[in-house]
Ligand binder design. Sequence first.
Ligand SMILES: Nc1nc2c(c(=O)[nH]1)N[C@H]1C(S)=C(S)[C@@H](COP(=O)(O)OP(=O)(O)OC[C@H]3O[C@@H](n4cnc5c(=O)[nH]c(N)nc54)[C@H](O)[C@@H]3O)O[C@H]1N2
Ligand SMILES: Nc1nc2c(c(=O)[nH]1)N[C@H]1C(S)=C(S)[C@@H](COP(=O)(O)OP(=O)(O)OC[C@H]3O[C@@H](n4cnc5c(=O)[nH]c(N)nc54)[C@H](O)[C@@H]3O)O[C@H]1N2
Ligand SMILES: [Mo]
Length: 766
Amino acid sequence: MRRRPPATDPVQDAPRVGAPRRRAAGLPAVARSLRMAGEQMGVRRTALTLLRVNQEDGFDCPGCAWPEPERRHTAEFCENGAKAVAEEATLRRVTPAFFAEHPVAGLAGRSGHWLGQQGRLTHPMYLAEGSDRYEPIGWDEAFEIVAGELRALDSPGEAVFYTSGRTGNEAAFLYQLLARCLGTNNLPDCSNLCHESSGAALTETLGVGKGSVLLEDIHRADLVIVAGQNPGTNHPRMLSALEKAKRGGARIITVNPLPEAGLERFDNPQTLRGLAGSGTPLTDLFLQIRIGGDQALFRELCRRVLEAGGGVDEAFVREHTHGYEEFAAAARATDPADVLRATGLAPADIDRAAELVLASERTVVCWAMGLTQHRHAVPTIREIVNLLLLRGAVGRPGAGVCPVRGHSNVQGDRTMGIVEKPSDALLDALEAEFGVPMPREHGLDVVNAIRALRDGRAKVFFALGGNFVAASPDTEVTEAAMRRARLTVHVSTKLNRSHCVTGARALILPVLGRTERDVQASGEQFVTVEDSMGVVHASRGRLAPASEHLLSEPAVVCRLARRALGPGHPVPWEEFEADYAAIRDRIARTIPGFAGFNTRVARPGGFTLPHAPRDERRFPTATGKANFTAAPLTWPRLPPGRLLLQTLRSHDQYNTTVYGLDDRYRGIRGGRRVVLVHPGDAAALGLPDGSYADLTGEWDDGRERTAPGFRVVHYPTARGCAAAYFPETNVLVPLDATAETSNTPASKSVVIRLTPATGPAGPSGK
Ligand SMILES: Nc1nc2c(c(=O)[nH]1)N[C@H]1C(S)=C(S)[C@@H](COP(=O)(O)OP(=O)(O)OC[C@H]3O[C@@H](n4cnc5c(=O)[nH]c(N)nc54)[C@H](O)[C@@H]3O)O[C@H]1N2
Ligand SMILES: Nc1nc2c(c(=O)[nH]1)N[C@H]1C(S)=C(S)[C@@H](COP(=O)(O)OP(=O)(O)OC[C@H]3O[C@@H](n4cnc5c(=O)[nH]c(N)nc54)[C@H](O)[C@@H]3O)O[C@H]1N2
Ligand SMILES: [Mo]
């Protein structure tokens, strides 16, 4: 049975707007997920597939990195996990006939939504230089093209190897090994666009760039602060954990410029109460902060703790920390007027937040993109650490830092060595294990890779998953940069914009997804992933592959390696392809925390990686202690008449994959080109609700960046702030506007002006 996708783009992006919701999940979520899944894969396949999600003998949900609870529910997935699964397990196919029908230029004029709706890629496809269409190609020939272009480079540093965080540990380990055997650390990955700021801040202050809590810590916390995160859409299973904490008596503070539905009230679809009853109110205190005001908020909370008698955990500070005096002096000097300006909060709300913090013995702070994608993201996250250190709330049950990761294995990919700035320890271990010299010069992250492509310093771009062109900032600059490449290669499951904006030659290499059975020479394989809390476990697909021509991701890397590195290479690529256990044996010998990998991952639920601050209050930083940091207080300043735009996700998308045109909880249907503006700001700008505006980015390079034709939605966001969806607005994010230290694009603080427009833009936004 072939399911037909819609034949044309929606004629017009025509958003209809109603009132935002105050509650998330419940029956509408269940109904919605089953309907979307049913459209893509039929009723029987839907039931069979969804029951395997996140079960011990099943596959890891490709949706998000939120961990699975120990006692799993038979339906351990959420509405948006179901959509992610349906998107992959769809019965629609993109075959060579499709490519024969659609020239690349035509595909480039389509929306991302339309491209994704066409179905799964079935054959390796090649776009020859000067040709206007992709044609089918054999795998061997495809690998020879890549190997040939790699050989033709003047230096290995002219190749870039991107990874998106869905890649399993085994493929990720092989991929970084391949890049390094070729002689480069050019391993940008989606982390660079995502939680890099968290990694940078946590490594410096705590010594480990990962979260310090486990799921049971959330359950046991007495205060959870959720800042810069929309879990109702992006981590729906997190709401169950917050609900559990609440039932144990925890308080929840939400810090967000938008009132997000799931955080107000949650109807747990796994319980009768949630399906039929009134659900659980989650947020006790909503701090409707101005975009970018979080460092000031956390600094002020630190000041309150310092001022309150007995607020500081002095024994912890003495024994485990460094830099207290300097930090305390800086925090005491904070001007409360600055805090009010930066946050836009009412003094009474800050008082209440301080009370809750001081009353808490076990505080967890969770955050995501609302904190990481600002120019001062790293000092902002360091400020969270300062607060928790003052309270002794690290390395104690029920307390700690919780950066909530995005892609389901983005944390694992980093653990496996997908890092452009590797430690010497990693390179030494790889050298000792494989006897191949490893390059020591640091490589390119995402933003620097775009610069290198733009300037002709990089010529081959290879992507293991993802949609680099659409996910990256400054769309026009990025697209022009990609077009300069000699060769662009995408290892993908679905068609996306990155296949349409190519180098002189291009390849699409189609692979198995998480849901599919992976059989190699030694038999059926599984892969492993690491969740947001450092738990590593197996993922095994059961569905028949979407096409007989697909390879697995590990197989693609191994075969390319054999071509590119030649016969007799010391790394046993052939053996790795045949048996992933052989890869895990090498991971066990080279990556800390993985000793006995094959045995430990065979246990149901997998195993938890060690984390020195969490497990033993040991802080492997430069000072050997947990570091307080005293950065100057920073917040975005807006010229008059301008707004600060955050680019965020709707309820019907997974990053650049657009499942549908609704954002149910925000009351928006049938369109994505909307800009949410406070009614007071909109009135001042002369923009009635329902009118249209062009968004123009302002940045000090003098270049005008415009995204035309957005419907203005009067929305209760914080004053001075606006919100619109990514990737439609990536065109507005300047390549050079990045976070200090982490170099992550500041996608949540783009200074824009709104000018009235006559009407909507076309479906592709042009
Ligand atoms: N269904 C679904 N699930 C996903 C994804 C998806 O696209 N769809 N993406 C995955 C990935 S890769 C990631 S990284 C995560 C992303 O998960 P989120 O970080 O939740 O994603 P965003 O939509 O970017 O939401 C950012 C939130 O931060 C708030 N915010 C913006 N600016 C500020 C600020 O300055 N201060 C504060 N306090 N808040 C602010 C916004 O209002 C919004 O609620 O989700 C993952 N899970
Ligand atoms: N303006 C703005 N830009 C942003 C963000 C933002 O908030 N605002 N968020 C950023 C964040 S947090 C992230 S993580 C990045 C995401 O950046 P990416 O990870 O590069 O983008 P995705 O949209 O997740 O990638 C989707 C594509 O992955 C491929 N794919 C899906 N599953 C598989 C698989 O199993 N294997 C392989 N090989 N391919 C697969 C499909 O072809 C699909 O089209 O975007 C970033 N960009
Ligand atoms: Mo992400």
